[in-house]
Design a protein around this ligand. Sequence first.
Ligand code: GCB
Ligand code: CA
Length: 826
Amino acid sequence: MDISAQSGRNIQSLNYSWSFHKGEIADTAEWTTVNLPHTWNAFDPFDEEKGYYRGVSYYKRSLKLPLAENKNWFLYFEGVNQVAEVYVNGQLATKHIGGYTGFSVPLTQFLQEGENQLLVKVDNSHNEAIAPLKGDFNFYGGIYRDVFLISTGKTHFEFSEYGDKGIFISTPKVSEKEALVTARLNISSSDKSSLKIITELIDPEGISIFKKTKKTSLKSGTNTLSYDLPKVNNPKLWHPDHPYLYQLKISLESAKGQKLDEQMVPFGFRWFRFDANDGFYLNGKYLKLIGTNRHQDFEGLGNALSDQRHLNDVQLIKEMGSNFFRTAHYPQDPAVIRAANKLGLLVSMEIPLDHDITDSEAFYENSQHMMKEMIRQNYNHPSIIIWAYMNEMLLGRNLEKDQEIIKKIVDFAKVLEDLTRKEDSSRYTMIPNHGSLELYQKAGLTQIPMLVGWNLYFGWYEAQLGAGKFLDAYHQLVPAKPMVITEYGAGSDPRIRSFNPVRFDFSIEWQTKFHQQNLIDIMERPFVSGAAVWNLADFGSENRNDAVPKINSKGLISVDRTPKDAYHLYQAWLLKKPFVKIGGENWQSRVGYSDKQNLQVFTNADHIELLVNGQAADLLSFENHLSEWRVSLKTGRNILKATAYFGDSSITDYSEINFGKINKDWLSNNTLYFNCGANFFFTDPIDHITWLPETEFNNELLGYKGGEVFMPRGQGVGTDREIFLTNNDPIYQTARIGGEYYFDLEAGQYEVVLHWAEIDPAYQDKNRQFDILFNDKVVVEGLQSKAAFTAISKKIITYVDKEGLKISFKLKEGEPILNAIEIRKL
Ligand code: GCB
Ligand code: CA
C-alpha cells in the first residue's frame, strides 16, 4: 500500500544507506557507507598514543517521499553525540545540543518532489557550553542511536522542541482498589477544526477496559488539553515482581472520521515514597532498592549499541536479582527504559552534569533544556522514580578556596530543582555526591534535592572497607533526608586472582570482598533506601590506567559481558529462586605452590556441600551467602560439585579446575612464570599462561631472598600506570628492588627470560645500572633500562648444574630492579 494514502501514524527506522565522512568535508571528501547506530570512536579511544577524535563529522543520505496535501513528515533522532545540525535540501532544519536525548526534525516544509538530500553535521568536540564537561567515560561521537521517519496527518500530536511525543499520562491517585488517570495532550493543527479524540485503555492481558470519544475544537498551532479518564477499579499494580503494563491508545480523528494520528503509550499503576528512617516503599510495602549503574558502552562498539545489546544489559541487571538501576551519567536509549518497564526495574535517570559547570548563560540554558527533554521524553515510564542532576560537583573543591564556584553550583542546583519539581511533581529529585559528607552539607547541596545520593568507595579509594561508618554519620548529621548509595565499587581484572586480596590489586577476590562487606553494611541499615553498584559492566574511559588501560574495571561483568565472581555474589544475596554457583569461573586453569587451594561458592541456601573429585572439601566459613572452602587439588583435571539444599530439594553446580603443582619435576616439564613484587596470580588468557605471585625462598624449591617490593599503592600491588608494548601490564606494574632469587632446578640447559619496565618515577631522570649474575657469574653487564613504563625483556641461555640457579645483581648506579622471571628447560 502507498504510504501517502495511509491514515494515522507511520513509523519506520531510517538506519541504512547513510554515507559517512570523518572530518570537515572538502571537495574531494571520501564517504563510506554505514548503518546506524554508528560512532566514529569505536576503537580510537583505546589507541595508546593517538587518543580519540573529538571533532566534526558528516552523515548524508537521500530520501524520496511521496508528497501529499494531508501528510506531515518528521525525523526522530534518538541520540546524536553531541551537537547535530540537520540539513534538508541544503536548509538547516534543526540544530540539537546534547548527546543523550532525542529530538525531532520537521521535514514537510523542506521537502521537494523526487530525491531529497539529508545532511547531518555532528560534532563531539569539547564544548564549554555543553554538559558533560568532564567524566570518567568516553564521549563517543556519532549518530549512535536509531533514527526514525514518521508520518502523520495534518493534525497530529505535537513534536515539541523537547523531543517528546505530545502525550503525558499521570496517575494522581493509585491504590489497590482504584486508580485515577489523567492525560495531557499537545496537539498541533494547521487550522481551526473540530477533532475527535478516542481514548482506549488496554489492560496487561490486552483486554480493552474502556474506549471513550471526546470532541473538541482546535485552534491553529499548539492545543494543550488535559482530561481525566474513567476511574480504573482494582488496577493491576506495577512492581518488579509483576511489572504489569497498561496501554493507553489515543487516536485523533477528523469530524468526518478520518484518522489523523494515533499513539499507544505504555504506563503502569504504582505509588511510592522514600522515608529518611525506613527507606523506600513501593505500593505501600517496604522494598530495598538494589542494583547497578549502567553505561551505554560495549567492547568494540563504543556507544553505538543495537536495541538488543541494550536489552541484554537490562536483562543482566534483572538476572542478578536487582530491582533498580541508575542510568549514569545521562539519559539512555529508549530501549533501555522500555526494558526496565517490561522486566520490572526501578530507574533513576539523570542529565550529564558531571563534576563541573561553566558559569555561562549558554551552559545554564543548555542544561535546563536537557532536564526538560529528559523529563518530557520519559514522563510516562512507570520504571522511573527519580530525576537526578549534578554528579560529584564538589570533588576536589574546598569550601573556602572555591567559595565562588561552589556558590554558583548551589545556585544552579536550586534552579534545576525548581524546574524539575515544576515539570514533574510525581517523582523524587536527587543529587549524587562523592563521599565528603561535611563538604556537601556545609555547602548546602544536601538541602536542595528530595534525596541525597552518595558515591561511596570505602575499600577502594578509601582504605576503610565498608560504608557503614559513613552511612551512620550521614544519618546522624542529616536525619530528615532520605538517601541512596548512588555508587560503590571496586576494580577487578578477571586475569588477576588472589588468596590474599588487598585494595588496588584488581583481583576478582578483592572485588568480591569489597561487595560482601558493603552489602552487609547496606542491608543492615533500613534508612539506606537503595544502592547501585558502580558498575554493571566494565567500560571505556580514555584517561584511566587500571590493570587494563583505558578501561574502568569496576564492572560486575567484563566489557564482553562475562560475569565476574561478584556478580554471582549478588545473585546469591538477591535472587529469590534457589541459586548456587562455584566461584572462579574464569580461573579454571591453575598453577600453585601448594595443592591446597581456596575456593568460594555462592548460594542462597542454608546448607551446602562441596565435593572435589568425589571427596568432601573443608568448609572454612559460610556467612551471608558466601562459603569459603579449602580444597585439595591433584595435578591434572579436578571435578568440583557443589550441592545447595533447600528443605527437601537441592540444586547443584559443577566446575572443573586444571591444576599443576609446582615441584622439581614440574619445573623440568613446564615453564615457570614468576611475577616479582606481586601478591596475585595473573592468568594470560591469550597465551594460556599463569604468572605466579612471588614467594620467599625458605631453602625449598624457589623464591626471592631479601630486597623489597616496589609499592607505591600498597603491598604487592605495584603502579597503576599503563605499561607500553605489552598487554600484560600487571606483570610489569609490579617489581622487587634488589634481593636475590633461588631456583632448585634439575641439571640441564635453561632459557631464563628476565622482564623489566622502569616504573619508578624517581628514575625518570636518574640512572639505574646493574650487572646480572647467574650463580655469582656476571651474565649481563651494566644493564640499563631507561625507557619509562615500557616493557623490555632479555633471554639468557644458561647451563644449570645440580646446585640450581641463583640470580643476583651487582649494582653500579641506583638500585637493581626486576619485574618478572620466566624459566624453561630446553
Ligand atoms: C565516581 C564517578 C564515576 C567514576 C567512578 C570511578 O564517583 O561518578 O563516573 O567512574 O567514580 O570508578 O572512579
Ligand atoms: Ca612484576
